[in-house]
Ligand binder design. Sequence first.
Ligand code: ZN
Length: 698
Amino acid sequence: MIRSKLTGIKPTGGSKNNKPMKFKFILSAIALGILLLSCTESKKETSDIIEIVEVENKFNYLAEQFADIKILRYQVPGFDQLSLQQKKYVYYLTQAGLVGRDIIYDQNYRYNLTIRRAFENVYQNYQGDRNNDDWKNFETYLKRIWFANGIHHHYSNDKFKPEFSQDYLNNLLSATNSSLTGEAFDIIFNDADAKKVNLNPETGLVKGSAINFYSPNVTVKDVDNYYSKIKVAGKTPIEKGLNSKLVKENGIVKEKVWKSGGMYGASIDKIIYWLGKAKEVTENKEQTKGLGLLIKYYQTGDLKTWDEYNIVWATSTTGDIDYINGFIEVYSDPKGYKGTYESVVQIKDFDMSAKMAALANNAQWFEDNSTLIEEHKKKNVVGVTYNTVNVAGEAGDSSPSTPIGINLPNNNWIREQHGSKSVSLGNIIEAYNNSSGSGRLAEFAYDDEEIEYEEKYGQTADKLHTALHEVIGHASGQINEGVGTPKESLKNYASTLEEARADLVGLYYLPDEKLVEIGISPDAKGIGKVAFDGYIRNGLMVQLIRLNLGDDIEEAHMRNRQLVAAWAMEKGANDKVIEKVTKDGKTYFVINDYDQLRTLFGELLREIQRIKSEGDYEAGKALVENYGVKVDLDIHKEVLERNSKFNSAPYGGFINPVLVPSTNEDREIIDIVVIQPESFAIQMMEYAKQYTTLPNEN
Ligand SMILES: [Zn+2]
């Protein structure tokens, strides 16, 4: 449900062990910086801490940059404080995640494993010149594959264009006895399968998408027919189609289910093995029960068991350690059925969690006081929990590019009847924040005041927005009786509209005194100003650095941000609520009236909730297509030009710390320590060695 991916940068080091405890505490305190600032008595303490960190913070967050990517490191605060049993639990769960790693490559595209392995073999064995441009371009291409889990860009979905020739690649392949022939070779250089996920109905949602969820001969009509026949009667529908590939053989459309003994069975058996190890060292009975059901689901592929598992998982909240593992998010399926494989293992961050509970405890107040039409408000907001956790390991679709928050399960009836869990990934956010420079801010902010406020409150405002987006935003509102799920009613616009709705809930409440009253905001006006300035700046300008000139916006969060900003700009045009200003030949979007902008955000929130509640497809489509898709070419050109002097890559992702067990003579684990990998390439080659679980073609 969430998937805000960040871009910042900057690294710090810290393998755990060589740092004194105090240092670790400081880093986690900074990660929670906002909240400390909100307590008056902590203010002095906070500024002291920041000074110490500037002097002592030697952790090297930034591992390297290539293409449009920067690779960061993260620390795992709190790991050393876990008991041995808890450390084992974390370790087994991360192993369960990593052994499924090959699955995401195959899901993303049917030739990804073949290409990756041929390239890795070259990378490992090539004895020729590694200092020329050709080699560097080859290496960059391989790193981009590792980052995107395939040959399509993780964000734009476009196939990578190699900057080396077919002849050069052929030389490398034959010099290393690497096998890459036929279509799998040609695809690197030709125009076929150019987009991983295509959301433009005119070029074909299924036919136009390279994603490996449907065999190439399956049509949109086949998909619609197949799934309309699976009746999900009653009030507890399964997530149909979630864990299978749809194929057509001899004219018959059928599912190849991802389970033990089925498609991806070899990987899944290893996942089951490690989940079984984890099941022996859980913290409580709910976790044991949950893992038992997850294993049963992987054994059978039964989506009812998946629901049973999710109910236990959603209501299991007492341990210090949690995880996600499975085929979960459907963003990569143009039809919205198929889940990509992912895993995240997390350790609770108690301090931050306690503070965020203040928001969850007031969820009903936010619902009652929102701008929604009365009948669209929830009378009882159920099961909203929000926690900050620290990540101990990620795999599959969550790695190297990672979410910064997780809000699951996705099945609506489970969320409504049993609640959901929502977490913010604290150490990941902290690493991003510590890695971003201030040059780009100075370039795109209008004046010194905007910059000062951003520096003072920017991180606080970001964190509060993320929290409001997840805890209040996604939980808010109800769908009218008889109206289908947003996926059915709003179709390919559902994700963008849902993210816009959640963002707007956050924007509407960020300037609210209520946040000060419940102790999580230091300054309603200041936070509101910073959040609005940043949102407009990003939505109308800065986020465009991620696109090539002339491209439409495809990604749901980017569409939503431009939609919200451009809509508010247009609706407030007469009163110059947001004004386009030119200064020294540069364009800025300046907010003249924050109160009125808040009112506009409230109006758009009410309208988008109405669209969701009533399933008004045409209105939803008009909003997204009119405001969220097309890019102003002149602005885009200018933004790219102004951004060109910053060489900081627009996308960031992470290498994982390595959990290293030490054993006694009986080969029992006696301790586990966290160390940082030497480099991105070394970790990726190590993963390829340790976690190869699938054949090239599945
Ligand atoms: Zn969201």
